[in-house]
Structures are given as structure tokens and as C-alpha cells.
Write a protein that binds this ligand. Sequence first.
Ligand code: ZN
Length: 147
Amino acid sequence: MSTKHNQKGQVKWFSQERGYGYITNNEKKDLYFGVKDIEGAELPENGDIVFFTEYIGKENTSAATDIKIFERKNPKLKRVHCKGCERKVEPKPWYYGGSDYTTVSIVLLCPFCGYRISKKGGGFNTFAKIILGVFVLALSFVFYKII
Ligand SMILES: [Zn+2]
């Protein structure tokens, strides 16, 4: 059995109900795969870019296994545990601009209780806040010493 590892392809079609689908590889060949060939709990959807191992399956046809989702065509937010209401939720992104409109941040909110789950983007701001915090702390320490 010959195998080709780390192949990249696109999910042409996949049916959750039927439990199988096809991946189009770089040579525009369609490879069969079953639901058991998917790694992890997340199932691929049509158009997703995936990594996989190509092998010769039954009846000498090419098939795909060890399928890992590389890029979602329609990215979905992962379900996370909300500390506000103790539910597994799909966070709702909420966009807001900075006061000077140079920064746009995304806050992820719980759709049930509105709890702020996490913040995406604004990485520089967070970094700047830490630096500022350390600076203020050092300054107050210096003042404390003087007094
Ligand atoms: Zn919640």
C-alpha cells in the first residue's frame, strides 16, 4: 500500500448523514474518505481546505485518511464554556472601533448572558497596557522610596 503524507486538498463534498465524502487533491483527483478518516471531533464542510494522507484503498482507488481541517471556508467560532452562565456557547462577535477609529477590536460575547468571553485583536493595546502598568508600578515604587 503506497501512501502520500501531508497532502493538501479541498473538500468537494461531504455528507454527515451518509458518513462519507470526497476530497479533491492537487492533481484535481477526487479521493474518497469516510467519517472515521477524520481526525478530531470537528467535521469538515464543503469547500474546507484539509491536510490528509493519500493511500490506495480497496479496488485500487485513491482514498484519503488522517484528515485534518486546515482552513474553514465558512469559519465558525468554536463553542466555549461561558463563565457567566455555565453553558457551552458559540460566542457572538461584537465589533467596536476605538475612539480615534484607528483600532477596531472584536469582543466575543455570550449570546445568552452577554458575558465577555474573550477579546480578539487589539494586541498592541494589550501590550501597551502591560507596559504602562509596569511603568506606573515602577514609578509608584520610586515615589514610595522617596517618601
Ligand atoms: Zn453566558
